[in-house]
Design a binder for this molecule. Structure first.
Ligand code: ATP
Ligand code: MG
Ligand code: FE
Length: 348
């Protein structure tokens, strides 16, 4: 069947249509501009924007695919993690579509969606594969087997900030526009990555090999900016951005490649919004090439939040014969990533 995927966990409203691993059409609306003057996502504004965009993005995805509502054979929706008001809008919309069309509903973990995004470009994931999730809220190394059936093994997570959060917060300190990640990437193009020797947290011989920490790096970058300002010198933002990006990319790719080597896994998949970062992509490729590891990274448009990735998980679940979610399924704003399907029962 054609699976409709709906994503609304943060500030992107996404709809995607996937059948047998093939992306047929998708559309994304973002309320990013409405949050810019607040310097971060305002949950109430995000939720209201989803109410506005939910039906139009589904219509746009159908139009792109050349399909009609009646062609939809299953609906998948992000039930967590994310902002609760935002999630509720997508889940309510998805239930309306599933109930009125008389098709099964699947509740999907947002991060499983980020992982599955890559299958839309590069085909089925090998079993096993190593996944580095780097997004606005998460930084994790995962050992993934069959995404639709098997539990996901967490090798390590961030102990404090996520990599995307680090980019976003440092960008603010540097006076770069919101959202910070893409702005740092742009500024870094004309900067010197060796200008500032920022720390490489948790890369010492006695540190947890697979854990991450970015709050110290964020503080170091803020202190560097303060020192410049205090001395009256203009802030070389490009050098700071390039050096920060170099440090983040260095830590992420070093740990990910080591995890592959330690576990005898020959494929690394880098997903999530920070997988859009040019230096992360470049350094991951260099290090994987050197280690004989196959690197898979989704195209830019599928790295950040979208509905196609949720449809991709739904499609895997349908084909694996997974149990659909009941129509009273609730949301889970802080759902741990254990399985791709998230079917918490209403009220739990
Ligand atoms: P999560 O997926 O953890 O729930 P999220 O959905 O908000 O969080 P994503 O949409 O996956 O996160 O990614 C957004 C993050 O990616 C932001 O922190 C943003 O700054 C970062 N990002 C996007 N593009 C780039 C880039 N080119 N370089 C660095 N960071 C980037
Ligand atoms: Mg977003
Ligand atoms: Fe995300």
């Amino acid at each position: 069947p054609v699976v409709l995927g709906i994503e609304s966990s943060c500030d992107e409203t996404g709809a995607g249509l996937v059948q047998d691993g093939v992306l047929l059409g998708h559309a994304v609306a973002s309320s990013m501009d409405e949050h810019a003057r607040f310097g971060g996502v305002v949950p109430e504004i995000a939720a209201r924007a989803h109410v506005h965009a939910a039906a139009p993005v589904v219509r746009a995805a159908l139009a792109e695919a050349g399909l009609e509502m009646a062609d939809i054979g299953a609906v998948a929706v992000t039930t967590g993690p994310g902002l609760s008001g935002a999630l509720q809008v997508g889940v309510a919309a998805a239930k309306g579509f599933a109930y009125s069309l008389g098709v099964p509903l699947y509740g999907v973990h947002h991060l499983a969606g980020h992982v599955a995004a890559d299958t839309l470009e590069h085909g089925p994931l090998p079993d096993p594969c190593m996944v580095l999730i780097v997004s606005g809220g998460h930084t994790s190394l995962l050992l993934v087997r069959d995404l639709a059936r098997d539990p996901i093994v967490h090798l390590g997570d961030t102990l404090d900030d996520a990599a995307g959060e680090c980019f976003d917060k440092v960008a603010r300190v540097f006076g770069l526009p919101y959202p910070g990640g893409p702005a740092v990437d742009r500024a870094a193009r004309t900067g010197d990555p060796r200008a500032v020797a920022f720390p490489r947290p948790l890369t010492g011989p006695r540190d947890d090999k697979y854990a991450f920490s970015f709050s110290g790096l964020k503080t170091a970058a803020a202190r560097w900016a303060e020192q410049h300002r205090a001395s009256g010198r203009p802030l070389p933002v490009e050098d700071g951005a390039a050096s920060l990006q170099e440090a983040v990319a260095d830590v992420l790719t070093k740990k990910a490649v080591a995890a592959c080597r330690d576990h005898g896994v020959d494929t690394l998949v880098v997903v999530g919004g920070v997988a859009a970062n040019s230096r992360v992509r470049e350094m991951a490729q260099q290090r994987c090439d050197a280690a004989g590891i196959t690197l898979r990274v989704p195209p830019l448009r599928l790295c950040t939040d979208n509905g196609a990735m949720i449809a991709a998980v739904g499609d895997l679940l349908v084909r694996a014969g997974a149990e659909p979610a009941p129509l009273d399924v609730s949301i889970d704003p802080s759902a741990p990533l254990e399985y791709a399907a998230l079917h918490p029962v209403n009220g739990t």
